[in-house]
Write a protein that binds this ligand. Structure first.
Ligand SMILES: C[S@@+](CC[C@H](N)C(=O)[O-])C[C@H]1O[C@@H](n2cnc3c(N)ncnc32)[C@H](O)[C@@H]1O
Length: 293
């Protein structure tokens, strides 16, 4: 079943789609689709554990900002984190996360704490100070420099000195060199199990040179069950993002686009499809690993 669009594009409030129950359910379902598990989840979890050195989350306190249905919170807990807190703007997504946390008897035994809150409003370490912060597709919901700065301040106040924040967001330059949107539109008609489309500003096919920081992107994905999710977020250039990290007091350990596919995923999908996903869509996904100075 296709999700209705949560808001008209013109009156878009960043992240508001996730407050639509149908969207929220379809989004959480899509996160467990084989294609995501074997590409985005696989890439990100390896990136967290194998940065500059071999990292472990064993015994670490972990804060998952923009946790959605708690996919990465549960993963951090399974990695042996001593404390996991997930925060999201959407009550509906937090409800999904809490539900996923229930065992067969309806008990919450994982110890993960979930809270509904706008990250922009976190100004003190009210949830504690953490060793590690995960921020998967959160920063792309800042539609102007001030909001992005406030998100980074929230990351800073919640992180211990020397603590690491690892995340992924949409970035321009690496993503939109050439008419990538055109190729993505083809996928919608012909691609098995997944469709995606990135259209900065308008329905026209554009090149990255035409895009400004905080340009709006429409994303559309189809899961293997045919359900479609469509949402809007905001891209910036890599140089803007790196400068803002530095200005907010972070050192950048690693960054760049790097979508890969697991060995299992390579067996599951036609090679030309996986190549398109990692080479086209993958260019948009910009990973970062930063440390609080
Ligand atoms: C693409 S989803 C990612 C969810 C989760 N990190 C994952 O990868 O499964 C983006 C999430 O960010 C949340 N979000 C957007 N803006 C936010 C904000 N200002 N504060 C907290 N959460 C926000 C949305 O509600 C949504 O659940």
């Amino acid at each position: 079943m296709a999700a209705k669009e949560a808001t008209a594009i013109d009156e878009h409030v960043p992240g508001s789609e996730y407050k639509n129950v149908l969207f929220s359910e379809n989004f959480s379902k899509s996160m467990t689709d084989d294609i995501w598990t074997n590409t985005t989840f696989y890439t990100f979890t390896n990136f967290v554990l194998q940065g500059e050195k071999d990292y472990t989350l064993q015994g670490a306190s972990v804060l998952d900002l923009g946790c959605g249905g708690g996919l990465f919170s549960r993963w951090a807990a399974a990695q042996g984190a001593s404390k996991v807190v997930g925060i999201d703007l959407s009550e509906e997504q937090i409800a999904v996360a809490c539900k996923m946390d229930e065992d067969n008897d309806g008990h919450h035994s994982s110890g993960i704490e979930y809270y509904t809150k706008d990250v922009i409003d976190i100004k003190t370490p009210e949830y504690g100070e953490f060793d590690v912060i995960i921020a998967v597709h959160l920063l792309c919901y800042a539609d102007n420099p001030e909001k992005l700065q406030r998100m980074l301040q929230a990351v800073s106040v919640c992180l211990k000195k020397g603590g690491r924040c690892i995340g992924v967001r949409e970035c321009l330059d690496s993503a939109l060199k050439g008419p990538v949107s055109m190729k993505m539109k083809e996928e919608i008609k012909n691609g098995p199990m997944l469709a995606y489309q990135i259209i900065p500003q308008s329905d026209e096919i554009v090149d990255s040179k035409d895009c400004d920081d905080f340009c709006a992107c429409i994303n559309e994905f189809r899961s293997s069950d045919g359900s479609i999710i469509k949402f809007k977020n905001y891209a910036v250039s890599e140089s803007t993002m790196i400068k803002m990290f530095n200005d907010a007091g972070f050192e950048v350990n690693a960054c760049g686009p790097m979508l890969t596919c697991s060995p299992e995923g390579k067996k599951m999908f036609p090679p030309n499809f996986i190549d398109k996903v990692t080479n086209n869509y993958g260019k948009l996904l910009w990973y970062f690993d930063i440390t609080k100075n």
